[in-house]
Design a binder for this molecule. Structure first.
Ligand code: SAM
Ligand code: DTB
Ligand code: SF4
Length: 343
């Protein structure tokens, strides 16, 4: 006879019809109530003690024609980042093999492009195939894609494509002027139609309002299908970028840790099945804040000592944190559905 656990939380329905008012109400909950609810949703769908490890590599750095106000790789920034050519396939594979040895499940490759040129695609396809052959999940972020390029990546076996919406639709034009929010959605749609898993999220701590954070989560949680991965980055303030310099001049604009955790919790509650990745900005985050993020439903991180151009916590620091918190690297596929018996 199966004995049902009377205190196991009921699995909430997956909704894509969230209203802004509902999301604002979640943000406004007493903090402990919000985190408790997020933890309940997390436990209903995921193995709560496991966190996915992903490693990033910049395969083409700097010289980007876009003017994203946060980014060290834009030609508009005076960050000192040098432009490189697309990395040689062998060098990418060496990095991927190292990431696998260090326990990563997913290898994410970024290029500082507005969009890949068709002449870049054969090398990109070779990289995807090579990284997959090492037994890693592949993720790429190359800028805007045409439907044909998305199909080419799908055919090569690309598992995920990262393309962030970054902030609320209303705030977007203040952060980036060289493309629109609608352009972003179009590429995400091309990726989805090609059958590649969607990774999209954004950045908090860019001097935005609570209402912008509500609009940001609303835009993600009302997509026709929730993104499989939702990276939540805390702005890494880079000297020489518009937003990095703005934060240096107005330190009060820095995101409050509690508000950051709230954003993670609301992402978890509204998108129960998605992997919520605690992405950039961990280096300047206390372990206590990171632990609150894990409690609030974050279940993926970037490991390694570098993000794309910015420093990251590093494998040793993360192993020590996992040991202290009793967390384990995610093993096996995700996400887990309630009722599968493995939660
Ligand atoms: N060029 C591609 C694009 O924009 O889609 C891919 C690379 S881009 C660096 C990937 C994402 O990294 C951005 O969308 C942004 O969300 C995040 N990012 C970039 N610089 C950041 C920073 N200084 N702090 C936090 N996140 C950042
Ligand atoms: C994402 O949302 N965060 C990653 C990944 N997607 C490509 C990038 C973070 C970049 C942080 C700044 C840097 O390293 O330059
Ligand atoms: Fe270019 Fe991407 Fe940086 Fe924007 S975020 S400047 S598109 S590399």
């Amino acid at each position: 006879m199966t004995v049902l656990d009377p205190i196991a939380p009921a699995a909430p329905a997956i909704r894509t019809d969230w209203t802004r008012a509902e999301i604002a109400e979640l943000f406004a909950l007493p903090f402990t109530e919000l985190v408790f609810r997020a933890a309940e949703v997390h436990r209903a769908h995921h193995r709560a003690g496991e966190v996915q490890l992903a490693t990033l590599l910049s395969i083409k750095t700097g010289g980007c024609p876009e003017d994203c106000g946060y980014c060290s790789q834009s030609v508009s920034a005076e960050s000192g980042v040098k432009a490189t050519k697309l990395m040689d396939v062998r060098e990418v594979l060496q990095n991927a093999a190292r990431a696998k040895d260090n326990g990563s499940q997913r290898f994410c490759m970024g290029a500082a492009w507005r969009n890949p040129k068709d002449r870049d695609m054969p090398a990109i396809v070779e990289i995807v195939k090579g990284v997959r052959a090492l037994g890693l999940e592949t993720c790429m972020t190359l800028g805007m894609l045409t439907p044909q390029q998305a199909d080419q990546l799908a055919e090569a076996g690309l598992d995920y494509y990262n393309h962030n919406i970054d902030t609320s639709p209303e705030r977007y034009g203040e952060v980036i002027t060289t493309r629109s929010f609608a352009d972003r959605l179009e590429t995400i749609d091309n990726v989805r139609k090609a059958g590649i898993n969607v990774c999209t999220g954004g950045i908090v701590g860019m001097g935005e309002t609570r209402e912008d954070r509500v609009g940001f989560i609303h835009a993600l949680a009302t997509m026709p299908q929730h993104p499989e991965s939702v990276p939540v980055n805390a702005l890494v303030p880079v000297k020489g970028t518009v937003l990095g310099d703005m934060l240096a001049d107005t330190p009060l604009a820095k995101i409050d840790d509690i508000e950051f955790v709230r954003t993670v919790a609301v992402a978890r509650i509204t998108m129960p099945l998605s992997m919520v990745r605690l992405s950039a900005g961990r280096e300047s985050m206390s372990e206590a804040t990171q632990a609150l993020c894990f409690l609030a439903g974050a279940n993926s991180i970037f490991t390694g000592d570098r993000l794309l151009t910015a420093p990251n916590a590093g494998d040793d620091a993360d192993q020590a944190m996992f040991a202290r918190l009793g967390l384990k690297p995610l093993a096996g596929p995700e996400p887990l559905r309630a009722g599968c018996g493995c939660g």
